[in-house]
Design a protein around this ligand. Structure first.
Ligand SMILES: Cc1cc2nc3c(=O)[nH]c(=O)nc-3n(C[C@H](O)[C@H](O)[C@H](O)COP(=O)(O)OP(=O)(O)OC[C@H]3O[C@@H](n4cnc5c(N)ncnc54)[C@H](O)[C@@H]3O)c2cc1C
Length: 596
């Protein structure tokens, strides 16, 4: 039978994966007039992004400019060149970067003005290497506007919920801006009114819905994408996984013309006239790729959703695509996590992103009881320091050490601020407490003399306000996440009042950096650097333009939405209108001239 007659369905663009990468590509494709189908392996949309903070790093974005924050892609390019670097003559990575920066604001404006995927400026949200040339303190981060889940009707249940650790009362989402207002609810009428409004809305939601419908952060991003797809009647087939990629006439060098899907046990052959987009979320739960691309010993914890098993990479490699792993440092983007246990066999991971590590009165130590990092560093840099320390001293886990007064004031991991009774958390095995540092050290198995010495030295720094060992409190990022009401250094305070408290933290990735090699339009490349016609990748399936470095908040979702836009514009034959290429080429030419 000729292949053309064997198709079960025909579309222009077939997108695998209903995370932000896939849904964004599908949305732009549909907006540009393509007939699009999305297939999603799990029973819900949203992928890992549904549990994310939802921030996008888009230098020079319109939303921030409008709010009065000045920035430019050119300044960001200086920063990225310094941070990401690149071997001389390695032009593709640099061109991707140039195109990313030049296309970013245009792509975001496209979503913001033409669809329901709208964004707000974050204002002050420092880059993660704020002392590097070209870094910015304000204006680069944007977040999705909060979304009213009720607009989706029954389909709200199809949006993957955030992790339980990110909700209060079992189902109420709280954004970063809500936290200080909830904690300080009795400090002002405005705060009280805000807290009361959130609570009343949540109570009324729970009559009809499985969780609160005022959704924020990454959950709002994926719900907005899904809502926009629904409005345009783009089919999203749940419980449907891509299982094979089909090439023209079955030829090894043929253009990609479709894919085989496994739809709840039924096999479907779908023809894709303009291309197949792989957006299956990267390799997080794929053992082979983890051990190939991540540092040794391979970290065991992952914050990615269970269904991200490296399918896109495996299938593309099977038809000759190249996977870029080298040059991506640890192959992934990291955060320290603590392991929560609530019942037998139930395990959760709490990402220590920004709420506790930079606060005054906490240090991180390795098994020698020694500090090894500026605790207020970005989550990614913190874990890279864990890997480095682990080369000589066991640092997996590392221990966050503080006193009970710290926990009561700022919270620690899953333990909320205001908590004074630590017994339940100790009984569950989450926290360890002790009346002396010596006993704490014994209980957690770190060197007692080392820990005592580290605390003594740190306490001395807290009095002078200057951390001579690691500079905690020296950067804008540290101070942003510290306690502005505490001095002389908002990130340093003596650890001195018993009981003392420790929690173990492990490395876990929030996203992959290694991935499929692509050109600037997300077209997948083969081992010889040639485009595999009709095959695209975006999101974590695409090798990250950041090459394993973490410039600022939104390092993976920014590229996911920008390259999804470029992919869809290319598939629609509209690359010329996508913006960015001229700038990228000019920038590339300038750099080449400078290098000569
Ligand atoms: C706690 C946390 C906070 C984070 N905060 C941020 C942040 O603020 N900013 C930022 O930039 N990044 C953040 N991230 C990272 C971000 O969530 C990911 O980079 C992002 O979700 C990647 O998008 P994606 O579309 O590639 O993959 P995903 O969001 O994981 O979606 C992939 C989808 O593909 C589906 N799939 C898998 N295999 C198949 C198959 N064979 N066929 C069909 N479908 C398939 C999966 O089921 C899934 O739905 C955070 C992550 C975590 C865990």
């Amino acid at each position: 039978m000729a292949q053309e007659t064997a198709w079960d369905a025909e579309v222009d663009l077939l997108v695998a994966g209903a995370g932000p990468g896939g849904m964004a590509a599908a949305l732009v494709g549909a907006m540009e007039g393509l007939d699009v189908m999305v297939c999603e392996k799990s029973g819900q949309i949203g992928g890992t992004a549904a549990t994310s903070a939802g921030t996008l790093w888009i230098p020079g974005n319109t939303q921030s400019r409008r709010a009065g924050y000045d920035d430019s892609p050119e300044k960001a390019e200086t920063y990225m060149d310094a941070l990401v670097g690149g071997a001389p003559g390695e032009s593709r990575g640099r061109d991707l970067r140039g195109v990313y920066l030049a296309t970013g604001p245009t792509a975001i404006d496209y979503y913001d003005t033409k669809t329901d995927v709208t964004f707000l400026a974050c204002g002050r949200h420092p880059d993660y290497k704020p002392n590097m040339a070209g870094a910015a303190i304000t204006g680069r981060a944007i977040v999705p506007a909060p979304f009213d889940g009720r607009l989706l009707g029954e389909d709200f249940r199809l949006v993957r919920p955030p992790i339980g650790e990110f909700m209060i009362f079992g189902g109420m989402m709280v954004g970063k801006d809500d936290i200080p207002r909830l904690i300080g609810r009795f400090r002002s009428v405005a705060n009280f009114a805000h807290a009361a409004r959130l609570l009343l809305r949540y109570l009324s939601d729970r009559v009809k819905h499985p969780r609160g419908t005022r959704i924020v952060m990454g959950n709002a991003l994926v719900a907005r994408l899904f809502y926009s797809l629904r409005k345009r009647k783009v089919p999203v087939r749940l419980d449907t996984a891509i299982r094979a990629i089909l090439r023209e006439d079955g030829r090894a060098d043929g253009r990609v013309v479709g894919a085989v899907l496994d739809s709840a046990g039924r096999t479907l052959r779908v023809r894709a006239r303009k291309g197949v987009v792989l957006a299956t979320g990267g390799f997080a739960h794929n053992k082979e790729f983890r051990s190939a691309f991540m540092p040794q010993p391979t970290p065991v914890h992952s914050l990615a959703c269970d269904s991200d098993t490296g399918d896109g990479l495996t299938l593309a490699r099977g038809i000759g695509a190249r996977i870029d792993g080298e040059g991506h440092r640890g192959g992934a983007f990291w955060t320290p996590v603590s392991v929560t246990r609530k019942a037998a066999g139930w395990k959760g991971l709490f990402p220590h992103l920004s709420l506790d590590r930079a606060k005054p009165g906490l240090i991180a130590v390795n098994a020698a009881g020694r500090r090894f990092v500026n605790e207020g560093a970005s989550y990614h840099d913190f874990v890279e320091a864990m890997f480095e320390s682990h080369r000589t001293v066991p640092t997996m886990p590392a221990w966050l050490v503080c006193d009970a007064a710290f926990v009561a004031k700022y919270g620690l991991g899953v333990v909320h601020p205001g908590t004074t009774n630590l017994k339940p958390h100790e009984a569950s095995g989450y926290l360890t407490t002790a009346p002396t540092l010596e006993e704490l050290a014994r209980k957690i198995g770190v060197d007692a003399a080392g820990l005592a010495d580290s605390v003594r030295r740190h306490n001395g720094f807290a009095l002078t306000g200057s951390d001579l060992d690691f500079g905690k409190g020296d950067t804008e990022l540290n101070r942003f996440n510290g306690d502005p009401g505490h001095g002389p250094n908002p990130c340093l305070k003596p650890i001195e009042t018993a009981p003392f408290v420790a929690v173990a933290v492990w490395p876990a990735e929030i996203a992959c950096s290694a991935g499929l090699a692509t050109d600037v339009d997300g077209q997948v490349l083969d081992e010889n650097g040639r485009v595999i016609g009709g095959l695209y990748a975006c999101g974590n399936d695409m090798a990250s333009v950041m090459a394993g470095t973490y410039p600022g908040p939104g390092t993976t979702l920014g590229p996911a939405l920008v390259f999804a836009y470029r992919v869809a514009m290319h598939a629609a034959g509209r690359s010329d209108a996508a913006g960015g290429l001229g700038a990228g080429r000019d920038a590339g030419a300038e750099r080449a001239a400078a290098a000569r």
